[in-house]
Ligand binder design. Sequence first.
Ligand SMILES: NC(=O)c1ccc[n+]([C@@H]2O[C@H](COP(=O)([O-])OP(=O)(O)OC[C@H]3O[C@@H](n4cnc5c(N)ncnc54)[C@H](OP(=O)(O)O)[C@@H]3O)[C@@H](O)[C@H]2O)c1
Length: 292
Amino acid sequence: MNVIVTGAAGHLGRLVAEQLLERLAPEQLILVTRRPEALRRLRATGVDVRYGDFDDPASLRDAFAGGDRMLLISTDAIGRRVRQHGAAIDAAAAAGVGHVVFTSIVNPVADNPTGANAWEPGKTETLLQQSGLAWTLLRFGSFAELVLPPAATAVQNGQLVTNNGRGRLVPISRRDCAEAAAVTLTTGGHAGRTYEITGPQALSASDLAELYSDLSRKPVKVLQLNDAMLNWVLMGIGTPMPFAWRLTAYGRAVRLGYFDVVDPAFERLTGRAPVSLRDVLVAQRADLLAVA
Ligand SMILES: NC(=O)c1ccc[n+]([C@@H]2O[C@H](COP(=O)([O-])OP(=O)(O)OC[C@H]3O[C@@H](n4cnc5c(N)ncnc54)[C@H](OP(=O)(O)O)[C@@H]3O)[C@@H](O)[C@H]2O)c1
């Protein structure tokens, strides 16, 4: 069985490749990327590294040839992803790939305040389900590693400035997401299944402030702002407007419960509990305290 991973040079793609190499021989792995040169070391171990770009559908014919299963990693090109992912699904079907696993997000619904961050994966899910291919959806919670920059800022300022309200998020490490993907790609019984891949614990803003305080041994208080105020504050410190809006929309989505999903799927797939946010931050303690 040959397994394709798209977007293989990204953070998640590299971690999935590592996980797959613990389960498959190098020659069973096909890594597809726009940047083959970034995966030179893996190619030297016997892995098949190929060029492929969803914006260049013609490149996908050769890229996907000979693959049996494929992990479709959602791209970061927000606004263009439905077309990109649709091209990848069509190319997988044309190349005879039997089963596609897609990296989605929890609550990929049209009314999710994160907008295209959510509805584009949702639309891709539908395209894949209608493709005639066997499919599996991995709906990831927020990546725990992305909590580090706001956590370090909160430690520096002694204040967690947020519009999360009483909402909670359930961070999951990218490495755990990669392991869930590798298990799904290399074992049976996952066709037609949707898995919510989330961390072990739902955390409110107060829980987060307590955790940051504990890890830094500095007091961290929560300052709750409404959406407009948070947006002004972010732009006031130089955050470009689209990015400020994105952060505010994420907080609104957390506040409204769109990220408050705790699910046992990860543990069922891997036989162990997911790593906690605390452990992810402890592993990056130097960065957490770097600006303190
Ligand atoms: N759950 C969450 O909290 C969360 C947060 C952020 C992002 N995400 C989603 O998860 C994905 C993986 O996260 P990450 O941290 O690994 O992101 P990343 O390191 O920024 O990687 C971006 C990914 O997009 C791929 N890509 C971009 N344009 C492409 C194109 N034209 N054709 C094919 N692939 C393309 C890249 O592949 P190559 O460079 O190898 O070609 C790479 O895998 C993101 O792209 C995003 O959709 C989820």
